[in-house]
Design a protein around this ligand. Structure first.
Ligand code: ATP
Ligand code: MG
Length: 315
């Protein structure tokens, strides 16, 4: 049996409600810095965790985060599926150096079984590639929906987690995947527009769809202090305008690291070729924090449920 999640209640994540200070940590420093990896302990969880990686503004690092967090988790023996749901600008496959023959579109058109479309990524990762020009999921007919449900449900039993690269903004498809996932990682950097767009995304999810819980990951910043500033600004604005019962959990930060961009030029996630790089150490730490965080209450996380939510969503 592969290493899987322990009882999620036994080790605390950096769960921060509004008004609390984030427990910041520096990548590459502190007790975990000596190791490139960590050990995901404990018994199997019943259902895969479904986690959307999303942002208000484009270009803040979602695709790199999905690929590298996926690798960090896969290195623990966890079975991870990455879904490229960036239907306009699909590029997760590029970053992983993959050349998929088929895409999610072929599943939706019922021309291929899911297992034929899934691509083997590095270190045991499974990848569901996207393509441009996909029909809106809302437009699928009942037959297509059921086919998709069955395909994913059939496959989902083998997984520990699904990470979804949603694409940016508040478009219909981004909302679909965010609403269907049980957990959302909102990525922001220190650019003012990234913050305002992250807030706009959270606002739409909170006010129109009653989602109250978000994980915040700050990317591409020079220091822990800068990351803290981004997070606290978001918390302050959200508290002021959206109410203090909103839960914004600080997941940590990934530092600006030119190694990451250099790795991307070789069509590789930085974790794959430079595991000691600052960014890689940070990804390992964030993956650990993510995996040790308590799963959301009322989790009904099998893939069938995920797809039912997805296909029933109206945004
Ligand atoms: N921590 C980092 N350090 C240095 N460069 C980074 C970092 N994170 C991301 N980048 C760079 O930022 C750019 C955008 O990254 P990425 O494609 O992952 O963003 P995205 O949010 O997926 O974009 P889109 O919204 O267009 O899909 C890339 O060129 C990448 O190399
Ligand atoms: Mg992307």
């Amino acid at each position: 049996m592969q290493a899987r999640a322990e009882d999620p209640g036994t080790r605390a994540a950096t769960a921060v409600r509004l008004n609390e200070k984030p427990g910041l940590s520096k990548p590459g420093r502190g007790p975990r810095s000596q190791q490139e990896t960590w050990h995901a302990p404990g018994p199997a969880q019943a259902a895969p965790r479904i986690i959307a990686v999303t942002s208000g503004k484009g270009g803040v690092g979602k695709t790199h985060i999905v690929a590298n967090l996926g690798l960090a988790l896969a290195r623990q023996g966890l079975k991870i599926l990455l879904i490229d749901a960036d239907l306009g600008l699909a590029n997760l496959d590029l970053l992983l150096g993959l050349t998929p023959r088929f895409t999610i579109n072929d599943v939706l058109q019922q021309q291929r079984r899911l297992e034929e479309v899934l691509v083997d990524g590095p270190e045991g990762l499974k990848v569901l590639p996207a393509s441009s020009g996909i029909p809106e999921l809302a437009d699928l007919n009942e037959h297509q929906r059921l086919f998709l449900l069955d395909e994913l449900d059939h496959y989902g039993g083998e997984l520990d987690a699904v990470l979804i690269d949603t694409g940016a903004g508040i478009s219909k498809n981004v909302m679909f995947f965010n609403l269907a996932a049980r957990e959302r990682i909102v990525v922001a950097n220190n650019q003012p527009t990234s913050l305002t767009d992250a807030y706009a995304l959270i606002k739409v999810m909170a006010t129109q769809h009653r989602e109250r819980s978000f994980k915040i990951l700050v990317n591409d910043v020079p220091s822990a202090r800068e990351a803290s500033g981004v997070y606290l600004t978001l918390v302050q604005v959200a508290e002021r305008f959206l109410g203090s019962d909103l839960r914004l959990e600080y997941l940590g930060f990934i530092p600006h690291d030119p190694t990451l961009a250099r790795a991307a030029l070789q069509q590789q996630p930085v974790m794959a070729i430079s595991p000691r790089a600052q960014a890689s150490l940070a990804f390992t730490e964030v993956a650990q924090r993510l995996w040790e965080a308590p799963a959301p209450e009322g989790l009904e996380g099998n893939l069938k449920f995920f797809w039912r939510r997805l296909l029933q969503c109206r945004v």
